[in-house]
Design a protein around this ligand. Structure first.
Ligand SMILES: *[C@@H]1O[C@H](CO)[C@@H](O)[C@H](O)[C@H]1NC(C)=O
Ligand SMILES: *[C@@H]1O[C@H](CO)[C@@H](O)[C@H](O)[C@H]1NC(C)=O
Length: 290
């Protein structure tokens, strides 16, 4: 009884689905519509690849006018780069992906079926890419400092490419995760600036650091950027060549050699003089006694 009911309702569903596609013009609608956005480079993606039809993307601020990007009209691609179109990072955009006849073909239909994308708010939603950083340990090994470079964005202002600091200003922080090279215990240091001195490290130990952007004002799942490559500081078991340059060492060796030569020369000269004076003494004594 239950089984019959199941088949009945599923065939009914199939019928409705078939009816749906017929009514909406035979073209399948886009599925799995997703925004992929990193550092404000924003690409809309969907599936499946079209066979005998095409897609057109219309984007808009909710309540605003629909706009099109010339690269995404009657396209057979399943991505649309809207980076240059989403000019206001502080607003939220939505896009409709219309299934239309192929490029060049006409249709009697006025309205085409479409799928609406999720809402996308660049300032809140774009992922932050991995930063780069320079690691510097002071000569006396007391200070370990990280110099972080802000990732560049796809945004421009007055023909200048903006970095994430230009966009997020003081909202942007950096999270440093670090551990002793030989240990797995992680520690965290949060910095509001790009130059950070990591406190309480053991002198001469090797530590490994990873840095990622941290925007605490965002929703939890969007707060952290992609982690940087890990960099480790050197431990203290350095050879003399790490501390002094080869030139300095060569100079020191030369100086020591010169010193030894000088000592040897002085010693020999002194010895000879002494010997000479003794000999002359010896020669002189018998002369006088005669
Ligand atoms: C949508 O995504 C799901 C899960 O990743 C996948 O199984 C499905 O095939 C996708 N749809 C299309 C039309 O590719
Ligand atoms: C850190 O540890 C790894 C493996 O444990 C080693 O290959 C690497 O040389 C170490 N780095 C330093 C600077 O000691």
């Amino acid at each position: 009884m239950l089984k019959i009911k199941g088949t009945l309702s599923s065939s009914l569903l199939l019928f409705i689905v078939l009816l749906g596609t017929t009514v909406s013009g035979l073209y399948p609608t886009a599925q799995n519509v997703t925004w992929k956005s990193t550092n404000f480079k924003s690409i809309l993606t969907w599936q499946p690849f079209p066979s005998d039809y095409s897609y057109t993307v219309e984007f808009f601020v909710l309540g605003g006018n629909k706009q099109r990007n010339s690269n995404c009209i009657r396209t057979s691609a399943t991505t649309c780069d809207l980076t240059s179109s989403l000019t206001d990072v502080n607003t939220c955009y939505v896009a409709d992906i219309l299934s239309e006849p192929p490029l060049g073909a006409t249709s009697d239909l006025i309205e085409f079926p479409y799928t609406r994308s999720p809402k996308f708010c660049p300032y809140k939603d774009t992922d932050i890419g991995r930063p780069e950083f320079k690691l510097e340990v002071s000569g006396d090994k007391r200070k370990t400092t990280l110099f972080v470079t802000d990732p560049l964005t796809a945004l421009f202002k007055d023909d200048q490419q903006m970095n994430v600091r230009d966009v997020f200003s003081e909202q942007l922080q950096y999270k440093v995760t670090y551990r002793r090279n030989k240990s797995t215990g992680m520690k965290v240091y949060i910095s509001k600036t790009n130059v950070m001195e990591i406190p309480n490290l053991d002198r001469g130990e090797s530590y490994c650091f990873t840095v990622q952007a941290f925007i605490p004002s965002r929703s939890i799942d969007k707060q952290l950027g992609k982690p940087s490559h890990t960099q480790c500081s050197n431990d203290d078991k350095e050879s003399i060549f790490d501390v002094y340059s080869v030139g300095v060492i060569a100079g020191a060796v030369l100086l020591i050699l010169l010193l030894i030569i000088a000592i040897v020369v002085v010693t020999i000269v002194c010895y000879r003089r002494r010997k000479k004076s003794k000999e002359s003494e010896k020669e002189g004594v018998p002369l006088r006694s005669v």
